[in-house]
Ligand binder design. Structure first.
Ligand code: ZN
Length: 345
């Protein structure tokens, strides 16, 4: 089926379907195809959109979506579940973050362009057809081959209805770390496109490294199912989980402490370690082992990302620090959070 021929708002109820949608012709013949898994309950209700493989070297979400699809029986479901297990199909084919077809990062081109390159067309279709139909968006990422990030649920921390709904669902996702980002959201992201449409949303990260650790696949699978319970798409009450480590800060990984020289990077800090301004956080070495550069923390903070791939070029992102959310943000129930946010804490 061509992607233009599918209208997800008119899917037959009480059905589970799998589509491979022709999105753009390939140079060598045939089509680039976008996979889409849908499940509709007998009763209308919320529409949840779940994405994975926005970057082609992140696999936890792909497997989690396959598992969620296996559990999403139309008999038990209320509303509509729309899941794309691999969004950047060309990048997935080469196991790279960006597409080899147009060199673009899908997570930087939203809302995309109908007449653009393959990556821009994918972003456009997702925005116009899935995000605009969504009551909530979950975008499953991990650190991929290059980075190292703790398993977390991230959201945009804003004092409005969309922000509060994003935070409430991110809590129910149940990841060990909750990371809020004060607006503005940098452009081009899935979350920026969703928020432009007024759709609450969250994303995930995990250590990645080109693997899909079972504990992260489990976390993402349980997290999506629990958000579905929270949204009343499933009968059961949401499960509670231990209070997360709640962090707050800029989530823009394009602007982090970067390599002053090319070489072999050795991190001197662990993920989630608290560091002080001035502390040595990493070193760069030449092929003989001699030190070329030392990297010192520019501020106090908690290590939320460190480079996992040791070979670095000048300017590559190495370390990112973030802050701890104030006590007032760490309340366990969304109603308390709502009250605190509206009083301006
Ligand atoms: Zn990613």
């Amino acid at each position: 089926m061509h992607i233009a021929d599918l209208d997800v708002t008119t899917l037959e109820r009480r059905r589970q379907e799998a589509f491979l949608l022709d999105i753009s012709p390939r140079t060598e013949g045939g089509w680039w195809q976008l996979p889409l898994l849908t499940a509709t309950g007998a009763e209308p209700g919320p529409t949840l959109v779940v994405l994975a493989g926005v970057h082609g070297d992140e696999y936890e979400g792909v497997e989690a979506i396959h598992r969620i699809a296996a559990k999403a029986s139309p008999t038990d479901l209320r509303g509509t579940l729309l899941m794309v297990p691999v969004c950047n199909v060309a990048a997935y084919a080469t196991a790279t973050r960006n597409s080899p077809v147009d060199s673009l990062n899908l997570a930087r081109v939203f809302p995309g362009s109908e007449s653009g390159t393959l990556t821009q067309q994918i972003a456009h279709w997702l925005t116009v057809n899935l995000f605009s139909a969504a009551d909530f968006l979950i975008d499953l990422h991990s650190a991929g081959v290059v980075g190292d990030i703790p398993t977390l649920a991230g959201y945009v921390h804003s004092n409005d209805s969309v922000g509060r709904r994003s935070l409430a669902a991110a809590r129910f996702f149940g990841a060990p770390v909750l990371w809020g980002h004060p607006p503005p959201v940098p452009p081009g992201r899935t979350l920026s496109a969703a928020l432009d449409l007024g759709v609450p949303c969250l994303y995930t990260e995990a250590p990645g490294a080109g693997r899909a650790r079972p504990q992260d696949v489990d976390c993402f699978t349980r997290g999506v199912l629990n958000v579905m319970r929270h949204l009343d798409m499933l009968e059961e009450e949401p499960e509670s989980s231990p209070p997360p480590l709640h962090l707050l800060g800029d989530g823009n990984m394009d602007e982090v402490m970067s390599a002053p020289a090319p070489g072999y990077f050795r991190a001197r800090v662990e993920l989630l370690e608290e560091v002080q301004a001035g502390q040595l956080v990493g070193t760069i070495h030449d092929p003989l082992g001699d030190s070329l550069a030392e990297l010192h923390a520019e501020k106090d903070g908690i290590v939320i990302m460190r480079r996992g791939l040791h070979r670095v070029h000048s300017g590559d992102g190495l370390i990112h620090l973030t802050g701890r959310a104030e006590e007032s943000y760490t309340a366990t129930t969304p109603s308390i959070v709502k009250e605190q946010l509206t009083t301006g804490n």
